[in-house]
Design a protein around this ligand. Structure first.
Ligand code: SAM
Length: 231
């Protein structure tokens, strides 16, 4: 939430699905437009809106690659939805147009390696959906082409959450000292891993402490993370 302009800003929630994020933003005080390509999802989203009795929120069905907003919103969010696009450049160009000057686009998407994940391959086979890697690098490339000027990448909250809470207690202690050689080896392997399609966790040596894990997450931010772009 701290990456967004403060409420009551006008917020566009793209690929909102059943609208839980839209309701969340509306409860926080934003003027929310939730949008999804699926009419069924929009029906569920409206049911959720009614249940929560929110009036600073409305939903529309449509394709985020073909929207026609112009300088209307202070911020736009893709939460786990841009990686389903046919062409992310079209979607981001549309968002750029939809934002007011100084407007912010925040994306939280699966990064490099998503396409080759067995769960993803299974979903594509079962549900005939588009699933693509959507790392910050790709999003920023599209953002630059669209006209965005300022770019920042942050670790996913889930990565940090896993780091702090999913560790066995023994690993959440003071970080141990690590030789430069080992640090460099992990850094190089972690950079190569996504290119080679290998799980980066293979190279996370759990006995090296939380600090090194944070270092790894930050070092890989072009491959995975939350992207913020300013118009
Ligand atoms: C994984 S779901 C995420 C939904 C929601 N953001 C959430 O976090 O629960 C992806 C959503 O993106 C929507 N979507 C996919 N392609 C889209 C497009 N071109 N335009 C708008 N929505 C799209 C799908 O219908 C689906 O509801």
């Amino acid at each position: 939430m701290s990456l967004l302009p403060p409420p009551p800003a006008k917020l566009l929630d793209l690929g909102c699905g059943t609208g839980w994020t839209s309701c969340f933003f509306a409860r926080r005080g934003y003027e929310v437009t939730g949008q999804d390509i699926s009419e069924d999802m929009i029906c569920y989203a409206n049911l959720n809106k009614d249940k929560e009795e929110l009036d600073n929120l409305h939903f529309i069905a449509g394709d985020y690659e073909g929207m026609d907003f112009s300088c209307e919103f202070n911020c736009a969010v893709f939460f786990d939805s841009l990686h389903h696009s046919l062409n992310e450049e079209d979607a981001i160009r549309m968002v750029y147009k939809a934002l007011k000057p100084g407007g912010i686009c925040v994306t939280s998407e699966p990064g490099l390696g998503h396409e080759v994940n067995p769960g993803t391959i299974d979903a594509v086979r079962k549900y005939n959906v588009i699933e693509r890697d959507m790392p910050p690098e790709k999003i920023i490339h599209a953002g630059k082409k669209a006209g965005f000027t300022i770019f920042k990448v942050y670790p996913h909250a889930l990565q940090l959450n896993a780091l702090v809470y999913d560790r066995q207690l023994g690993h959440v202690g003071p970080p141990q000292r690590r030789s430069l050689k080992r640090l460099l080896r992990t850094k190089i392997l972690n950079r190569l891993a996504p290119i080679l399609g290998i799980a980066q966790s293979c190279f996370d040596t759990h006995d090296n402490g939380v600090l090194v894990e944070i270092h790894n997450i930050m070092a890989n931010k072009q491959y995975n993370g939350i992207t913020v772009m300013v118009k």
